[in-house]
Design a protein around this ligand. Sequence first.
Ligand code: ADP
Ligand code: F6P
Length: 319
Amino acid sequence: MHKIGVLTSGGDAPGMNAAIRAIVRNGIYNKVKIVGIGRGYTGLLSEEINEMAISSVGDIIHRGGTLLKTSRCERFRTDEGIQDAVNILKKHSIDGLVVIGGDGSYQGAYKLGLAGINVMGIPGTIDNDLAYTDYTIGFDTAVNTVLNSISNIRDTSMSHEKVTIIEVMGRCCGDIALYAGLAGGAESILVPEEKYEVAKICEKLMQGKRRGKTHNIIILAEGRESANDLQKEILEHAGIESRITVLGYLQRGGTPTAVDRILASKMGARAVDLLLAGKNNRAIGIKDNHLIDVDIMDALAQKKVFDREMYNLSQILSM
Ligand code: ADP
Ligand code: F6P
């Protein structure tokens, strides 16, 4: 193993830079060349490949986003795209490739692995939607970003005695809504994994009003329905007006938390160690606070189990 490539792919996530930094520095420590591939699979296919030095990753551990840039690349979904990538990796004598991204990026990495490339997957996505690992890089930072927003919105919601719907990201996974909602004391947490009736939401709003609650915060995961639709449903059902805040891309930025920086640093260094040990096609994760690595296909095959215990607790505590 003489040269390892690293790229970031799909939605960016705070902490990706800490992972890149760990890969570069642990690689150089082990006398391996590290090359950065710009703009994910798009950049791989256009050979945006540059050697990285210790100084290349100076002063980035605290920065959100990704130094290497990222992309979504339709061509990489084709057999020709995969074959072109394999040829380019071989042309540049890249022995191993670390892909930092979500489940889609892992799908691409898996296909490179099938074609004989030594790949390692590092879970970089705010969604926390990869079942094989307890946490993905960026999730903790996104939860804290939402938590800060809940706190700000609570102030004005209370002052005007309003109901506020906060729509959060997560694509099809409700973890950001669930974790931030529980931590933020939201009155209702609506996630793709749990059906609900608008009538019950409205009843809870009216119960709260009756006992003197001056505001209500509803956290809505984007994969469930849009905040606009929910706002209309609540108004039609109970004549209750509500305000909407869609946090959107705020959740993808910001300085990574200590949790994400440490997780990313450990995972990045481990990816290099595993490649040097002759391992390939592994997805690195964390389980019960210990680093693990599993076959990428097994990682992708695992289905996320919704934390119903945590969801039920959030319902009890927000009575
Ligand atoms: P994420 O990795 O954050 O889940 P995406 O789902 O958009 O983001 O995937 C990122 C990129 O991974 C896609 O733009 C595409 O280039 C590649 N990709 C996704 N799914 C596949 C697939 N089934 N086969 C090959 N490449 C894929
Ligand atoms: O996968 C991360 C994510 O932020 C999702 O939570 C969100 O739905 C999606 O990316 C947004 O995709 P895009 O960046 O292409 O708008």
